[in-house]
Design a protein around this ligand. Structure first.
Ligand SMILES: *[C@@H]1O[C@H](CO)[C@@H](O)[C@H](O)[C@H]1NC(C)=O
Ligand SMILES: *[C@@H]1O[C@H](CO)[C@@H](O)[C@H](O)[C@H]1NC(C)=O
Ligand SMILES: *[C@@H]1O[C@H](CO)[C@@H](O)[C@H](O)[C@H]1NC(C)=O
Length: 301
């Protein structure tokens, strides 16, 4: 039968007892080809590891070698949803629970109990002050202490007295922070004339001012008063520079809480917040570079 003949051919291929060949090769031939591949892949691996090692030697442990965006920093807020929208009904806890929960979770890292250790934290004052230099990045000083930032500075937005952050009264809080950038020194506006007139009152020494207003002309007068809480209502310089995750593991960004105390109800409002500084830029491509805008709608019906 033909199948028998085929089987014979296969068996012969696998092991040919006449010539001593395994799958068409003799033992020494298999040895040589095996040796060739071991050396070949060994060299490839060597080149690969060598290249990575050489690259790593050029990197500093502390300072990012390639930082595509040294400045300006992003400005972000909590709560933050995909649609960049805070919309809720003040009579319905379910509608604002995701926001208040996000605020509670975010602020947990700012609890006073977590900032007690004096070997890890400094008091840097509740007033804006100059940059706090903790040595150069490359100095062999090890971990640097971080400035404390107490939630209490956020007043009614601290979540300590009001666990609902004002949402229940239709006066929601939003917490704003500047994203961390290693070794970045944000510079305040050189004078109040370099920034829009309505924000000029916020210019003071040692602070990066934050100012929020209606984004659309038609919302003028509908946003009501926005109260700012934190240190000096902006980002105080004593929290800079940031030394990076390794050297500054406890670092806390300074926060600003916005309290919207008189929003027009049942209306969609667009609010834009901006930070102002000499080395702070905005980009049309990046919605969070130095600014952000958010839709707020508080329903009462
Ligand atoms: C701007 O700065 C000048 C001088 O520093 C001061 O006299 C003026 O009152 C400031 N304007 C505002 C709106 O704060
Ligand atoms: C709240 O805003 C309304 C206009 O929308 C205004 O008439 C009222 O005086 C404001 N209340 C406070 C306390 O500012
Ligand atoms: C801000 O943007 C301008 C124009 O794109 C650029 O020339 C300048 O270097 C930027 N400044 C900073 C601090 O990034």
């Amino acid at each position: 039968m033909p199948s028998n003949k085929d089987d014979g051919g296969w068996k012969k291929f696998l092991w040919n007892s006449e010539t001593g060949e395994l799958m068409g090769r003799t033992g020494s031939s298999w040895f040589k080809i095996g040796l060739f591949y071991v050396i070949f892949y060994g060299c490839l691996a060597g080149i690969f590891i060598g290249t990575i090692q050489a690259l790593l030697l050029t990197l500093s442990n502390y300072k990012p070698t390639w930082q595509d965006r040294v400045a300006p920093p992003g400005l972000t807020h909590t709560p933050r949803s995909d649609k960049s929208e805070v919309a809720f009904n003040l009579n319905d806890l379910e509608t604002y629970l995701p926001y208040t929960r996000a605020l509670r979770d975010f602020l947990a890292q700012y609890d006073d109990e977590k900032q007690r250790d004096p070997t890890k934290f400094d008091d840097c004052g509740d007033e804006p002050a100059d940059y706090k230099n903790r040595g150069n990045l490359e100095d062999e000083l090890g971990s640097r202490r971080a400035c404390r930032f107490s939630r209490r500075l956020l007043g009614p937005c601290s979540g300590i007295e009001d666990r609902e952050f004002g949402f229940k009264e239709g006066k929601p809080c939003i917490i704003v922070k500047l994203n961390r950038i290693v070794n970045f020194y944000p510079r305040p506006p050189s004078s109040n004339e370099t920034i829009p007139e309505e924000a000029q009152y916020k210019v003071q020494p040692n602070i990066i001012p934050l100012y929020c207003t209606n984004k659309k002309e038609e919302d003028a007068g509908k946003i009501g008063e926005i109260k700012y809480y934190g240190i000096g209502g902006g980002f105080p310089l004593q929290y800079y520079p940031y030394y990076g995750k390794q050297l500054h593991p406890q670092y806390l960004q300074p926060l600003v809480a916005l309290h919207f105390t008189n929003l027009t109800l049942n209306t969609e409002l667009r609010v834009e917040c901006k930070v102002y500084g000499e080395n702070i830029n905005y980009s049309d491509k990046d919605r969070y570079q130095g600014r952000f805008d958010i839709k707020i709608q508080v329903n009462s019906l």
